[in-house]
Every structure is written in C-alpha cells, then in structure tokens.
Design a binder for this molecule. Structure first.
Ligand code: PLP
Length: 406
C-alpha cells in the first residue's frame, strides 16, 4: 500500500475524535466523505475575507469571488478532462444534475412513445426523475437487470436499445453493490444505436480517474460532498452541443442576457443553467477538495482502496453467517452485507455503540433490495483515510453483533 495514511489522517480532524468509548471509525463514505482541513480553511477564509456575490459586481470582492468561482470550473474541467470549461455546470449535487437533464433534455428530445433506459442498480435519484419525465411525456421506462453477482446483464443490452430509446441513464459505480460498470463498452453500444448516455458518477469520480472525452459519455454528474468537498455543490458535465440545444431548467438572474416583458434572451453556457445565486463558496471548497485528491493521486487512491476493500471482504468471509451482496469482478470499496437472522438496523446500532459508523437500510436502492428479497443491508464504504486497524474493529463489531443476536 503506497499511501502514507497516518499523515493523510492528520488532514481530517474529525477522524481523531472520540465518540462513546473510543475513536470514531468512519465507514460511511458513500453517504458523505469527511473534509480535509484545507477545504474547511478555504471556506472559512472566503467567508471571513472575500464574501460577495459573483458575476454582478465591479468591486474588488465580487471580482475576487468571481475569479475563484470560475477557476473552480477550470479545475473540474481539467479533473474530468472535459473539452471546455463551459461544459461544467454547477448544481447543488448529483440529484439536481440528474433532474436538470431529465427536465431540459426531456423537453428537447423526448416525445410520446420514446423510451428511457435505466438499470436495476440505480440510486433512486437516477430512477425517479426519469419516471417523472416518462409520465410527463408519455414515454416508457425500461430496465437493464442485474445478476446475483450484482453485475448488469449486458447480453440484454442490444435488445433493450431500440429505435425508440433516446437515453440511457446508468451509474458508474453502484452505491450498494460496489459494482463498477464497464462504461466505455456500454456507451459505445448505446451510441451505435444513436442513444445518449448520462452517467451517475456520484460513487465513481472520487475512486478512479474519469475522462469524459475518453468515455464519450454525453453527461456525467457528481456531488461535491462525496469527493471530500462541501455539501450543496455538485457538477453536471454535458457535451457542449447538447447543452446548447437544451432549454434552461430554471429561470432567474444570471441565466439571461436581456429581459423584457415581451421576450427574454437566455445567457450562453454555462450560465444558462445557473439561475440565481449559486453556491459560490461551495464551488471554491470543491476546487480545493479536487486539488487535495489530485495531490494524493486518484490512481494511488484507487490502488489503496482496492487492497483495503479486498482485506475487508476476506475478513468478513471468515465469519460464518455473513453474506455479502455484490461480488462483481470489478468492484469499488463498497461492501454490503447481512448477518444471518440479524436486522441491518440492529447491527448498525450495535456497531454505532462501538464507535463504528456504517450505513444500514436500502441505501436508496429499493429495486436492488427487491431483487435480493431483503429489507436492507449493512454497508461499509471505505475511503483512502481508512485503515486495516479500522477494518479489524469492524470485524470485531460484526462478531459481537453475531454473539448478541445469535
Ligand atoms: N447516485 C448515487 C449512486 C448515489 O450514491 C447518491 C447518493 O448517495 C446519489 C446519486 C445522490 O447524491 P446526492 O444526494 O448528493 O444528490
């Protein structure tokens, strides 16, 4: 393992704190990640010294804030290798990014009888906006199923992509099963049939290098708070041509060139999609989070997390009665499991009292729960600041749960 994790942990003050009876073991990183001190400091600094609204003032503070906001857009463009900075739209998070596309793309491209394709492993936020669109436009939602390993049945893809299919919305990484989908292959197949592709990168972009040009995806979306940045800021990447053709999602200040009661002329990209006061200090926090992650190196992060996840799976497999859900060949550092005859909430509560933070329940993926016929799972989701010692504590905790409820 090639990361100096002890040194990295120094950058995350929250990890040092004691809860009930000892140090926090934070294994709920798929829900939200902790923030390095550089991100916390820059947010404080901007509120303390430079707070002013962007794009609207000629004064020093407004200029300074605007420059920092636009610099963040460039950092993100470079991070995901987009062609243009104006293809990066700031939103409040993955959910808003998907809703934006479902509305605006839907207005432009979807008509009665068209089909939208999603997968059985999507987070609710990559299902419901498409259902709402289908209802609005009398279109049809279709689904790519998963197998018991938690991988997509890609054999079904050619049949599911029909001349009626307009868009495929697919997650990069399953937030419940950890499956990393073979995006390049899937996107190429979709494009061959003229189908646009939106990738939900909420669990992808913080764990592996994303190159939107190489992937050739039409949209890639993610949340700042899951990549060590602040809450309330997220990203929609979209290809310039599509974003230009799509109507605005929200109306208001900043998204216009001119307004009269007779006619409004909308602004150019990216502001056309950024109505109202955006979370500009959040964008600066995200900029610094991405710089932090880039300094460590995404490939170093990926390698370390893979080893830690593999250690976790091996240790969990040694405990009789533990069943892991999601055994894909290509898997991220998300491990969902259940302990025989123990409800996931009960397990989570015992682990909590041992200072271990895991997530329990459906993880906003009810269709996955229905597929496996379960009410929920315990989910440990790992980040580069987690250690094997923390995994050992988790294993100890699982053994204790088993003893208590067995
Ligand atoms: N998509 C996936 C795969 C997720 O894991 C999540 C959150 O857990 C979301 C979408 C929604 O993200 P947010 O709540 O930040 O909008």
């Amino acid at each position: 393992m090639n990361l100096d994790v002890d040194k990295i942990r120094e950058d995350f003050p929250i990890l040092k704190q004691n809860l009930y009876s000892g140090q926090l073991v934070y294994l709920d990183n798929a829900a939200t990640t902790q923030k390095p001190i550089s991100v916390i400091n820059i947010i404080n600094e901007y509120y303390l010294k430079y707070n002013a609204n962007i794009h609207r003032g000629v004064h020093y503070l407004s200029e300074k804030m605007t420059q920092a906001y636009e610099a963040s857009r460039k950092t993100i463009k470079n991070f995901i290798n987009a062609e243009h900075a104006h293809e990066i739209i700031f939103t409040s998070g993955t959910t808003e990014s998907i809703n934006l596309v479902a509305f605006s793309f839907g207005e432009q491209y979807i008509k009665e009888g068209d089909e939208i394709l999603v997968t059985q492993m999507e987070h609710h936020s990559n299902i419901v906006p498409w259902q709402m669109l289908c209802e609005r436009k009398k279109a049809k939602l279709k689904v790519i199923n998963i197998n018991t390993f938690g991988e997509l049945f890609l054999g079904e893809l050619d049949n599911l992509l029909t001349e009626k299919t307009k868009l495929l919305a697919i997650t990069h990484v399953s937030n419940t099963l950890g499956t990393i989908n073979p995006l390049k292959e899937i996107i190429a197949k979709a494009h061959k049939k003229g189908v646009y592709v939106l990738v939900d990168g909420a669990q992808g972009v913080q764990h592996q290098q994303v190159d939107v040009v190489d992937l050739d995806c039409d949209f890639y979306v993610f949340s700042g708070h899951k990549i060590y940045g602040p809450t309330g800021i997220g990203v929609l990447y979209g290809k310039e041509k599509l974003l230009n053709e799509m109507p605005p999602y929200k109306g208001g200040g900043d998204m216009i060139k001119s307004v009269t009661f007779e006619k409004t002329i909308y602004n150019d990209l990216p502001l056309k999609f950024e109505a109202g006061t955006s979370n500009f200090i959040g964008a600066i926090g995200l900029d610094h989070a991405i710089r932090y992650v880039s300094n460590i190196g995404i490939s170093n992060i990926a390698e370390y997390e893979k080893e830690l996840a593999s250690y976790t799976s091996i240790e969990l497999a040694k405990i009789e009665g533990v069943k892991v859900f999601g055994n894909a060949m290509n898997k991220s550092s998300i491990i969902s499991f259940n302990i025989q005859d123990v409800h996931s909430f009960d397990a989570g509560m015992v682990l909590d009292k041992m200072n271990i933070a895991v997530r329990t329940g459906t993880h906003c993926t009810q269709p996955i729960m229905d597929f496996f016929g379960i009410s929920g799972t315990v989910r440990a989701s790992l980040a580069f600041y987690n250690t094997t010692q923390e995994i050992d504590k988790l294993i100890e905790g699982v053994q204790k749960v088993k003893k208590l409820f067995g």
